[in-house]
Design a protein around this ligand. Structure first.
Ligand code: C2E
Ligand code: CA
Ligand code: CA
Ligand code: CA
Length: 279
């Protein structure tokens, strides 16, 4: 992901990130953007593969900039990670997400869980568990309604501290998803030590241009490992019916991707509740 961001940066130097870098006080402009509600949560649905029913969603931030329009996270998250502002933005996103979950409950929508992204910086924040606990309590939600996506690479830096924090979050009832699983950092040995509920397969597993028998073999292996460890598996980046077919074949539990839907604003997502089955 770091490499991708780097390449993006070179190509888009004139766009938002370049402009931001030129600003003298980045933090000031982020704070005011936050105060002016310029950060918006988009939702991308996740589906159960057995019956294609709606199983949940991932909350993904967008920056609705007054001059530059809706900006994807690749344009600003790396900067926010550097400046430390990411912790504040993430807490805001978790809060907005829980407010939406509470609203859905009051409207009588099905009680699906929503996943939020937890960045590496958040984990080192001393009271992550307290912050999250306070938010779900304020909106009267069981913690299991909030899934926490923690990227695989975050687990490698300081394993014992991460394990401790994540164990506490699980004890509180939050559901932990390892994001970007298989992107190249974790060893199978480490997986063994990680407190986890769900594996979220990195996109590259299903997006390889030519479907080699070996990649299907690796997927099968991951599935049986996950079964043995009692973990569910989500595939992300599903773009074609053929990829979906391969995932069904190996017994993957959930899928998310453009084949079903792109991340969308709240109002649009809520229309999915009235559609019974989509695919
Ligand atoms: P991620 O957590 O791995 O999220 C998945 C990304 O894949 C999203 O990009 C999503 O829009 C995109 N995606 C979904 N389906 C498909 C597909 O079928 N094909 C392709 N090519 N892409 C697909 P997005 O929304 O641009 O977010 C990029 C990254 O920014 C996320 O990667 C995550 O690491 C980070 N991010 C997004 N929102 C937040 C947030 O609220 N907090 C933090 N800390 N990070 C966030
Ligand atoms: Ca994610
Ligand atoms: Ca990620
Ligand atoms: Ca991911």
């Amino acid at each position: 992901i770091k490499g991708l961001y780097g390449r993006h940066f070179a190509a888009y130097d004139d766009k938002l990130r370049g402009k931001l870098l030129r600003e003298r006080d980045i933090t000031d402009s982020m704070e005011s953007a936050l105060a002016q509600n310029q950060f918006v949560v988009y939702f991308q649905p996740k589906y159960r593969l057995c019956d294609c029913s709606l199983a949940g969603a991932e909350a993904l931030v967008r920056w609705n900039h007054p001059q530059w329009g809706v900006q994807p996270p690749s344009e600003f998250i790396p900067l926010f990670e550097k400046s430390g502002f990411i912790a504040k933005l993430d807490q805001y996103i978790w809060d907005r997400t829980c407010a939406v979950l509470r609203e859905w409950d009051q409207k009588g929508y099905p009680p699906i869980p929503v996943s939020v992204n937890v960045s590496r910086a958040d984990i080192y924040h001393a009271d992550l568990a307290d912050v999250l606990k306070e938010i779900v309590e304020r909106y009267e939600l069981p913690p299991s309604r909030l899934h926490l996506e923690i990227t695989e690479s975050a687990y490698t830096e300081n394993p014992s501290q991460i394990i401790e924090t994540v164990e506490e979050l699980r004890r509180l009832g939050f559901v932990i998803e390892m994001d970007d699983f298989g992107s190249g950092y974790s060893s199978l040995n480490m997986l063994n030590r990680m407190p986890l509920d769900i594996l979220k397969l990195d996109m590259k597993f299903i997006q390889s241009e030519t479907v080699k028998p070996i990649s299907q073999g690796i997927l099968r292996f991951i599935m049986s490992l996950a079964r043995w460890m009692n973990l569910s598996v989500v595939a992300e980046g599903v773009e074609t019916g053929e990829q979906l077919r391969r995932l069904r074949e190996i017994g993957c539990d959930y899928a998310q991707g453009y084949y079903f839907a792109k991340p969308m604003p709240l109002a649009e997502f809520e229309e999915l509740f009235s559609q019974r089955k989509v695919h």
